[in-house]
Write a protein that binds this ligand. Structure first.
Ligand SMILES: [Zn+2]
Length: 156
């Protein structure tokens, strides 16, 4: 099996980074990260840099960064999916907020962490391993799945 590529997105690509995470790709994004930190991270952690910045793109070793041409986030995700052939991979979604992995969590452990109505009506929950945000099918996960479907359709 081919390992899915890992990414780091520059400050211009916040929305696109969230979508990549929802598609399950490990994508670093920090809108306060300076260019040199970003560069170092990519090299040390073997990540492709996704950037809108021509100078930054040229400062990266050849083949380690992708100069994103599209303007809108929808077209950007389409471009990235096509360049890296991301449609080969079907991955579990990651937390769009922080890039953490989501894991199933037992209902009894989250009683105080979700609204009472949600607790009463939902049975399956997932939790982000990093920021601890709880996801459930009724809202977030459904939204994530819809986003994934939309992105898949875009890349057909
Ligand atoms: Zn998270």
């Amino acid at each position: 099996m081919i390992t899915p590529p890992r990414f780091a997105a520059d400050v211009m690509l916040g929305r696109t980074a969230k979508w990549l995470r929802m598609l399950g790709f490990d994508t670093l994004y920090d809108n306060r990260a300076a260019d040199d930190i970003l560069q170092e991270l990519c090299i040390n952690e073997n990540r492709f840099l996704l950037t809108k910045d021509v100078a930054l793109h040229h400062a990266m070793p050849s083949g380690t960064s992708c100069l994103v041409q599209a303007v809108s986030p929808r077209q950007q995700i389409k471009e990235i999916v096509s360049i890296f052939r991301l449609d080969r991979f079907v991955l579990p979604p990651r937390c769009p907020l922080c890039n953490g992995e989501l894991a199933a969590i037992d209902k009894t452990q989250i009683k105080d962490l979700v609204p009472p109505y949600v607790f009463r009506t939902q049975t399956r929950f997932q939790q982000c391993s990093l920021c601890k945000k709880i996801y459930w099918p009724g809202t977030h996960l459904q939204k994530i799945n819809l986003t994934i479907e939309n992105i898949r359709r875009l890349s057909d």
